[in-house]
Ligand binder design. Sequence first.
Ligand SMILES: Nc1ncnc2c1ncn2[C@@H]1O[C@H](COP(=O)(O)OP(=O)(O)OP(=O)(O)O)[C@@H](O)[C@H]1O
Ligand SMILES: [Mg+2]
Length: 241
Amino acid sequence: MSETHNILDVENINVSYGHLQVVWDVSFSVGKSKVVALLGLNGAGKTTILKTIAGLIRPQSGSVGFLGQDITKLPTHMLAERGLSFISEERNLFISMTVEENLTLGAYSVKRKDKIHENLRAVYDLFPRLKERSKQLAGTMSGGERQMLAIARGLMSNPRMIMLDEPSMGLSPQNVRVVFETIKMLREQGVTTLIVEQNVNTTLEFADRAYVIDQGRVVMEGTSSEVRADNRIRKLYLGEE
Ligand SMILES: Nc1ncnc2c1ncn2[C@@H]1O[C@H](COP(=O)(O)OP(=O)(O)OP(=O)(O)O)[C@@H](O)[C@H]1O
Ligand SMILES: [Mg+2]
């Protein structure tokens, strides 16, 4: 696996919940500084794939390589140190803590205090709203603000790659743009993104490549324009007319 030029290599993973297998022989790669999307209908297995990469679920077989190293059996808390950040659908904020406390907790893998302050400044530059609200309790932030906070917290550990599970869910069209513009800016800074989205059109506008998942299998992969141009795929697997 050390030969790889990719940041992430998922190879033939099979994942089950109890006796129910929901991911079948899924393989895909993510190149450095790319934005790669996993698309598919509800229940296709997208979140399960992200959780497996993040070490929250163990695959029965197959492997996950990150920066050329096998991370399949690595506990989740060790991934931040390696540069992988998972921003889950649940957003997992500490609602009775302030915005700034949540952000600081995101930097738990960063040992140097000056570095934490530097990262805090950087995410405040990215999301000025969070700076204005630094002392507000996370639980009283609006849905859009909470999503920004979740992304900002995921950036506090200096990730090489972020995984986002439906970041645009519940956001206004304007905030959806903010999220995607942020991903674009991060790519320019060399941060790689693996994104799961229902918002197919906007995602394909920003992503370099996409993998279409159906019933736990990869049914198509290609550049965003290839996926966009495939009417059959869009109709069958992306819920479009
Ligand atoms: N903890 C669990 N226990 C049992 N089955 C589960 C569990 N989590 C997910 N599943 C099942 O696994 C399948 C894949 O679910 P998953 O959440 O990965 O899909 P998804 O593609 O993320 O869907 P959505 O777009 O609705 O978020 C579904 O059939 C789901 O019911
Ligand atoms: Mg999901």
